[in-house]
Design a protein around this ligand. Structure first.
Ligand code: ADP
Ligand code: NI
Length: 216
């Protein structure tokens, strides 16, 4: 039964996100699921089925991929109504997805180990070599510059400000990506983040060497 629900969910998510080119495509979802199940196994913690469902569905209500936060939430709710889950499972999955965004998770302790694991899995896919690729894919799609030295690095940027060209993809590393390592919840994710963090640091160092014209 649970296998069947997972299959239905895979089918639904790949049909909704399959064509996305802002870094939220089906392959992102598959990587997040794989990372989440790996962390669940290593930590021997959390409900595996709930973690897998929340990982598969985590980007469905994302405001950036929907007309509004409300219509995104509605999409998630309609799908959950169409599969055979208990009320408790539906509430749990919605709660996890609602609390794992960078904003939501930044200033509050996550209520469950399941939420902590899915959040870690999503954050791991935003750093390292794949994180670098996703940042420039997202920025290109949104019309952001690669880098502009005349723009100051700021702590927080709203989506509107990005859209108005007040930041660049390279700035996004300083505004968010380099900070994610310290925000991870589990030891397993922290270990997985080490080489990814080094990759970003090496990339940025080389980027500025080349930008300044003094590369070896
Ligand atoms: P997630 O998939 O973890 O929910 P987001 O929706 O915040 O992450 O972003 C999706 C991808 O796009 C991530 O890899 C993120 O780093 C990248 N991204 C988001 N905002 C920007 C931005 N302003 N500039 C460059 N990359 C961005
Ligand atoms: Ni995601």
């Amino acid at each position: 039964m649970k296998d069947e629900i997972i299959r239905q969910t895979e089918c639904y998510v790949s049909s909704v996100l399959g064509e996305d080119s802002t870094g939220h495509d089906w392959f992102h979802v598959e990587r997040v699921r794989k990372n989440a199940l790996h962390i669940c196994k290593e930590e021997q913690a959390g409900d595996r089925f709930i973690i897998e469902m929340a990982a598969l569905l985590h980007d469905i209500p994302d405001e950036k991929l929907n007309e509004s936060a409300e219509s995104g939430q509605q999409k998630l709710e309609s799908f959950l109504e169409s599969v055979t889950l208990t009320h408790k499972e539906k509430v749990f999955i919605k709660q996890i997805i609602g609390t794992i965004s960078y904003k939501g998770g930044n200033d509050c302790e996550l209520a469950s180990i399941e939420a902590q694991i899915v959040q870690d899995a999503d954050r791991l896919d935003a750093i390292g070599a794949i994180g670098i690729a996703r940042a420039f894919a997202y920025g290109g799609k949104k019309g952001q510059q690669i880098y502009n030295p005349n723009i100051q690095v700021r702590e927080e940027m709203s989506l509107e400000e990005y859209r108005k060209g007040k930041s660049t993809s390279l700035h996004h590393f300083y505004e968010k990506l380099l900070k994610l390592q310290n925000l991870l919840n589990t030891e397993t994710a922290r270990k997985m983040a080490e080489s990814r963090q080094k990759m970003m640091e090496t990339f940025l160092e080389q980027f500025f060497q080349e930008w300044n014209g003094d590369s070896k």
